[in-house]
Design a binder for this molecule. Structure first.
Ligand SMILES: Nc1ncnc2c1ncn2[C@@H]1O[C@H](COP(=O)(O)OP(=O)(O)OP(=O)(O)O)[C@@H](O)[C@H]1O
Ligand SMILES: Cc1ncc(CO)c(N)n1
Length: 286
């Protein structure tokens, strides 16, 4: 899908999350809606899977019938002009196919795909059998945001343990799929948590832009990938520039991780603090 022209909206962007749920509010659709709102967007949501999970792990997944998923998607697109779409958990081949068909039919202006495969807790959220379909979907979106294990699956190689190897894999994915890649370094065992935007598909030759940030010492990182992709979709709709969008979101995410421990939600890997920039009175040290 060709990169959109500058859209730089002057009004509140209408952003649709297509994703699974997290009843504890830290990941999935609940995190997406918070992130979209935190970035100044109007959030909408289509549910691909109902997930019984908490900060400790996933208990079970209920997938609605594909016809009902299609009805949800059409209910939104028949009525609302969608400025950006964020796609998260898809679960299985049938779900990917319905979303893929809807994207080709509706042609949204801007689509960001978080290729969710495994939760922070280690539980699988995408069937093995759906990995090939996920690779196919990558070619139809504007930006894909894999973590290191997801990037490895998408290029069919072992997981990169060094950042330069991850950048090479991201280049190969971008060139092969014709899609910009935001590779996330959250899983590196380093003092920093770098991300990089790699676009080997644009007309102007390959571009690489790194977004560096110190690693925050917290175990409350549940839903960081969901939050990042939803926030980037929102700010991109507003600014029309990936670099500006990712830079702004990376700064916000750094704060959301820094103030995550204040929330005290659950006993496992808890949520980040999406509204840290607004809740100044309630946060010690702010
Ligand atoms: N401890 C940390 N300190 C600072 N930034 C972090 C930390 N952990 C993750 N990040 C950042 O959070 C974002 C998400 O990265 P990550 O690689 O964890 O994604 P993910 O595995 O898809 O997330 P999740 O599955 O938890 O939703 C990236 O911008 C990454 O750099
Ligand atoms: C629904 C959902 N999507 C994504 C993730 C990954 O963080 C999760 N735990 N749950």
């Amino acid at each position: 899908m060709a990169l959109l022209g500058p859209l730089a909206l002057r009004r509140v962007p209408r952003v649709l999350s297509i994703a699974g749920t997290d009843p504890t509010g830290g990941a999935g659709i609940q995190a997406d809606l918070k992130s979209i709102a935190a970035m100044g967007g109007y959030g909408m949501a289509v549910v691909t899977a109902l997930v019984a999970q908490n900060t400790r792990g996933v208990r079970s997944v209920h997938t609605p019938p594909t016809a009902f998923l299609r009805e949800q998607l059409d209910a939104v697109s028949d009525d609302v002009i969608i400025d950006a779409v964020k796609i998260g958990m898809l679960g299985d081949v049938a779900t990917i196919e319905v979303v893929h068909e809807w994207l080709l039919r509706i042609q949204p202006q801007l689509v960001v795909l978080d290729p969710v495969m495994i939760a922070t807790s280690g539980d699988r959220l995408l069937a093995d059998s759906a990995e090939a379909s996920m690779r196919g979907l990558v070619g139809t979106v504007n930006l894909v945001t894999p973590n290191l294990p997801e990037l490895a699956v998408l290029v069919g190689e072992p997981i990169a343990t060094h950042w330069p190897d991850a950048l090479d894999q991201a280049r190969r994915l971008s060139a092969g799929a014709g899609t910009a890649v935001l590779v996330k370094g959250g899983h590196l065992l380093t003092d920093s948590s770098p991300d990089a935007l790699v676009d080997a598909a644009g007309g102007a030759g390959e571009t690489l832009r790194e977004f560096l940030g110190p690693r925050v010492a917290t175990s409350n990182t549940h839903g960081t990938g969901c939050s990042l992709s939803a926030a980037v979709a929102t700010v991109m709709a507003r600014t029309g520039d990936w670099g500006t969008a990712i830079g702004e979101v990376k700064g916000w995410l750094q704060g959301a991780l820094t103030y995550a421990d204040e929330l005290q939600v659950g006993e496992g890997s808890g949520p980040i603090n999406h509204f840290h920039h607004l809740w100044t009175a309630a946060l010690p040290g702010k």
